[in-house]
Design a binder for this molecule. Structure first.
Ligand code: LLP
Length: 384
């Protein structure tokens, strides 16, 4: 959506900051995923709920036929309440509590992505008590570094996630000896905001090697879940609003050696929802510092923590002004010097009350919001 397309007239009287969700863009994105997959009934995308758990967003994604990828009992509940079929819910996490495991077993979720042999034995014990059989995949640490921010790579040997690939034969045998565990497959995830397809090629190669090794040992592989991680273009939200799903799925089509009948699961989060969300704030004050000019807005790191936490770039636009551009540090009111959205950005000259758009904020924005400094959680505006 271009600057002039935001329905600014409808923002007046609304409490800022709030999240603006472009629902037609969300629908076009979901369509793009479906058409990039094409006619492959064994390929399924589970939306990573952590990216955005707003009930309306979840409801739309569930209605479009996607599954859900969850990382806590709370997310499993939110996904279920939004209409995702329990059998299409997968649940990962290094620290699943007994209550969470019990809830997910009772609901009948499709898959536990298990991250250690200790966790496997606890699931076996709880499933036995409930008289159930838990469908389990093992999350494998593929020891692959994705070219992304250090805080969001997950597939390296030193990360806490998954089971090191060398240990896999041993845990598969352990699962085969558990009467209340049904071993179903392998799960991977190498990181987030990945734009270089060669990272996914490396993952495919690793999975091919692992498959060959397990087959040599006459151990089952089952189905594959390659996680998420496809990045979006934060620089050009107006020109490239939809991620390159075709390049992404084609990478797996070309490089992953799937066996006949082998299902392939994906867990995309950011690429589905980041572009459709914009954080709308208002300028509170324009302040001339000694060396820089500040636009102090009413939004902050409590609504969108990505710039403060990862130095993430989000394009910023002044939706109200058409006056000549000036340079600003765009900052929030929170008492942390990291509460900065951007430094030295060029914006159409700002005045008190102008609406400021912080773009591509639909993923890991609202879902990471906090009430630090006694701030209320942001509201949402759904553009139909
Ligand atoms: N599957 C697993 C096991 C994950 O850990 C994640 C994300 C995903 C799927 C979804 O990845 P995506 O497609 O969204 O890249 N808060 C950070 C991102 C953290 C990602 C955590 N895991 C950020 O704002 O950049």
């Amino acid at each position: 959506m271009m600057k002039g397309d935001f329905p600014v007239g409808e923002f007046a009287g609304r409490k800022t900051p709030f999240y603006f969700y472009d629902l037609p863009l969300l629908e076009r994105t979901l369509d793009a995923v479906r058409s990039a997959i094409g006619n492959r009934p064994l390929w399924q995308v589970h939306y990573a709920v952590k990216a955005n758990a707003n009930p309306e967003i979840l409801r739309r994604i569930a209605a479009a036929g996607f599954g859900a990828d969850c990382v806590s009992g709370g997310e499993v509940r939110m996904a279920y309440e939004a209409g995702f079929a329990p059998s299409a819910i997968v649940y990962a996490g290094v620290g699943k509590s007994d209550d969470e495991i019990t809830y997910a077993l009772e609901l009948g979720i499709g898959r536990f992505n298990v991250e250690s042999s200790a966790e496997l034995l606890v699931i076996e014990e709880i499933a036995a008590k409930l008289g159930k059989v838990a469908p389990v995949s093992f999350r494998v640490n593929p020891d692959i570094g994705a070219h992304t921010h250090a805080n969001i790579t997950t597939g390296l040997a030193e990360n806490k996630f998954g089971i090191f690939h060398e240990a896999l034969p041993e845990v598969i045998r352990l699962a085969q000896g558990c009467p209340h565990i049904a071993y179903k497959g392998l799960h991977f995830h190498i990181g987030s905001q990945i734009l270089d397809m060669s990272d996914f090629v490396a993952l495919c190669n690793r999975i091919n090697d692992l498959t060959a090794r397990l087959e040599r040992l006459r151990l089952p592989v089952g189905d594959l879940n390659v996680g998420g991680g496809l990045g979006i273009n934060y620089e050009h939200p107006n020109h490239l609003p939809i991620a390159d799903f075709k390049a992404y799925f084609d990478t797996f089509k070309r490089h992953l050696h799937l066996r006949p009948g082998q299902a392939l699961h994906f867990e995309l989060g950011r690429s589905l929802v980041a572009p459709c969300g914009t954080l709308i704030c208002r300028v509170l004050y324009v302040k001339q510092g000694t060396t820089r000019q500040f636009a102090i807005v009413d939004g902050s790191m409590t609504e969108l923590i990505r710039p403060a936490l990862y130095h993430a770039y989000h394009r910023i636009e002044n939706l109200t002004s058409n006056e000549p551009e000036q340079l600003y540090d765009v900052v929030g009111p929170v008492c942390e010097s990291s509460d900065v959205f951007a430094k030295g950005v060029s914006l159409d000259a700002c005045r008190r009350g102008d609406f400021i758009a912080i773009r591509s904020a639909g993923a890991y924005g609202e879902s990471m919001a906090s009430t630090y400094n006694g701030r209320p959680l942001p509201g949402a505006f759904f553009f139909e």
